[in-house]
Design a protein around this ligand. Structure first.
Ligand code: FAS
Ligand code: PHB
Length: 398
């Protein structure tokens, strides 16, 4: 078979590449608005729905999922949190979102959000092609875009008005844009997060972000019976070097004594290492191609922004596409990149700040340590400083 022979041709209005939260939420919003779309996903549905990723939803994200008609289980199972705690120098200090800004966040795993969106898409009868291989983007700078892919040996081509690149950091969409048409901003960190999931009760009722000379640790959760913990490890660390007991010991070293004492340990049901980076691609629109979510930007997870930023991009993109099709109004699409990037860069700043505040940097000097301590001292003695952290953590207004 000739490599570029097309065996089957289709047409739709919007091709969405990637069935992560960005792609699936965009698909849900477009389908609900009667705008025909197809999602192309390289992995299996089982793989996508089994991924363990983010855990914290901003209130705007919760509202968006409710409005999109996929919030029922989240409303039942999500845990509303009115604050977080910072643990350092042997003490815990609460940041009270309710008292400071009257808002909250919801603990509801990205895994569950993805499952809810996948279920809604199935119920709507919208098309998702899983195991779509060799996805290629064509003519997105022309009058009509095309996306080709291979499925079970058959090469398909989809003609469309627009392409939404929701295929994550390692996807094909951003890579299809010529280097001369995009500017990349990037910072990599000399450490990663080693995460563990365990069916044990969380050590506390809210998240605890811990700064310790041995490194950062985070006590999070997925429910009142399932905990999610992280410890900072060197960027070169290998998962094979971490038994469960080594993880639990290291986590407890980094917590204040009462909290360390209270940790309930158990077998890991998932254990993985995720690298940390700050990354932004500018712009986010290239003719008929729009980048959204991790395809466009990456934040270190310290600020719990990744998933929430993906939702924010998709809301702007859906608004623009719906205005285009319903009223012939191009303003939303023309302003998409600028509107997203204003919000993205503020989330990048906050995520970088939280990461710089709480992690130990192998090459940092005494001055840097004193700055970290002064920052933490300011946070624990100033309502204004705590209010600034709170308003960024729960999500800045759109
Ligand atoms: P995703 O990466 O979720 O989805 C992209 C989809 O595109 C994937 O299903 C992929 O298979 C598919 N794809 C890729 N290339 C393709 C191609 N060529 N053709 C077709 N499909 C293709 N955020 C937080 O807020 N807190 C966290 O704790 C946190 N932990 C994370 C841990 C890890 C290991 C990673 C990688 C990210 C983490 N994030 C976290 C960020 C994460 O939650 C993202 O922000 C979120 O998944 C973004 O969603 P999407 O933009 O949909 O990208
Ligand atoms: C998580 O529960 O996975 C989580 C929570 C908060 C973060 C990062 C990850 O900042």
């Amino acid at each position: 078979m000739r490599p570029n022979r097309i065996d089957s041709t289709h047409a739709t209005r919007v091709v969405i590449i990637g069935a992560g939260p960005a792609g699936l939420l965009l698909g849900q919003l477009l389908t609900s608005a009667g705008i025909d779309n197809i999602v192309l996903e390289q992995r299996t549905a089982e793989h996508v729905s089994a991924r363990i990723r983010a855990g914290i939803l901003e209130s705007d994200t919760v509202d968006a999922l409710q409005r999109a008609g996929v919030g029922a289980r989240m409303a039942k199972e999500g845990l509303v949190h009115h604050g977080i705690e910072l643990s350092f120098n042997g003490d815990r200090h609460r940041i009270d979102f309710q008292a400071l800004i009257g808002r909250d966040v919801t603990v509801y795993g990205q895994t569950e959000v993805t499952k809810d969106l996948m279920g809604a898409r199935r119920s709507a009868g919208a098309v998702t092609v899983y195991e779509a291989e060799d996805v290629e983007l064509h003519d997105f700078d022309g009058s009509r875009a095309r996306v080709s892919y291979r499925k079970q040996g058959v090469r398909h081509e989809v003609h469309c008005d627009f392409i939404a690149g929701c295929d994550g950091f390692h996807g094909v969409s951003r890579a299809s844009v010529p280097a001369t048409s995009k500017k990349i901003f990037e910072r990599t960190y000399p450490f990663s997060w080693l995460g563990i999931l365990s069916d044990t009760p969380p050590v506390a009722g809210e998240l605890i972000y811990a700064r310790h000379e041995r490194g950062f640790a985070l006590c999070s959760m997925r429910s009142t019976a399932r905990s999610r913990y992280y410890v900072q490890v060197p960027a070169t660390e290998k998962i094979e070097r971490w038994s469960d007991s080594r993880f639990w010991d290291e986590l407890r070293y980094r917590l204040d004594a009462p909290t360390a004492e209270a940790v309930v340990t158990g077998p890991s049901i998932e254990k993985s290492i995720a690298p940390l980076r700050s990354f932004v691609c500018e712009p986010l629109r290239f003719g008929r191609l729009f980048l959204a979510g991790d395809a466009a930007h990456i934040v270190p997870p310290t600020g719990a922004k990744g998933l929430n930023l993906a939702v924010s991009d998709v809301l702007y993109l859906a608004e623009g596409l719906i205005a285009h099709y319903e009223h012939g109004d191009a303003q939303g699409l023309d302003q998409y990149s600028e509107r997203c990037l204003r919000r993205v860069w503020k989330a990048e700043r906050f995520s970088w700040w939280m990461t710089s505040l709480l992690h130990s940097f192998p090459d940092s000097d005494d001055f840097s340590h004193r700055i970290q301590e002064a920052e933490l001292d300011y946070l624990t003695h100033s309502d204004s400083a705590r209010r600034a952290l709170a308003e960024n953590y729960v999500g800045l207004p759109r």
